[in-house]
Ligand binder design. Structure first.
Ligand SMILES: [Zn+2]
Ligand SMILES: [Zn+2]
Length: 187
């Protein structure tokens, strides 16, 4: 065998190896891509089912975890109203001073003066101490749509190294005296 033939055989052999390696890589990436496509197509009918208002979705974990907007039922919720607790999407979530409101209660919040009814300081061990504020707010809303919101401030107590929170309940100023008494009576 001449030197040239040997060289040719080596080059041929190497090219063949490269072709085989490329082929294997190509095959696996195609498989991967196909699996992804399959997943996309498999997910689609479920997605449609969820967004269709005519079909009730009974076991949709996604809808439970994130929830859909109460007003725009095709949109995923990204928050809830600080007053009525309605689920809100990008289109109807109005933010002001780190509070989130539905359009109606954004209007109510910005056009009224608000007064604090009560403030409770809690630690991770005493979170229950503020529970009655949440309960009072919710029950008044359910009963006669009295608008109230809760503000929570977190801070670290440097002495105990614990996260403390100030939980404060607010109502419209001219209703606050009456509500303060009701809150006291409910405790
Ligand atoms: Zn609202
Ligand atoms: Zn919405």
């Amino acid at each position: 065998m001449s030197e040239n033939t040997l060289l040719m055989a080596m080059i041929l052999g190497q090219s063949l190896l490269i072709v085989v390696v490329l082929g294997v890589i190509g095959y696996f990436s195609w498989q991967f891509h196909r699996n992804n496509l399959k997943n996309i197509y498999r997910d689609q009918p479920e997605e449609k089912k969820k967004s269709s208002p005519n079909l009730e979705s009974t076991s949709s974990n996604d809808a439970l975890n994130v929830g859909m907007c109460d007003t725009h039922t095709n949109n995923r919720a990204n928050g809830s109203c600080g007053i009525c607790e309605k689920l809100l999407c990008e289109d109807c979530n109005m933010e002001i001073d780190r509070f989130h409101f539905c359009p109606e209660h954004f209007q109510l919040f910005t056009s009224n003066e608000w007064a604090m009814l009560e403030k409770i300081k809690t630690t991770p061990e005493t979170t229950e101490a503020s529970a009655h504020l949440f309960e009072f707010k919710r029950s008044k809303w359910n009963k006669d749509k009295t608008p109230m919101y809760i503000e929570i401030h977190y801070q670290i107590n440097v002495e105990t190294d614990q996260i403390e929170s100030d939980v404060a309940l607010y109502a419209i100023k001219n209703q606050s005296q009456k509500l303060k008494e009701e809150l006291k009576a409910s405790a």
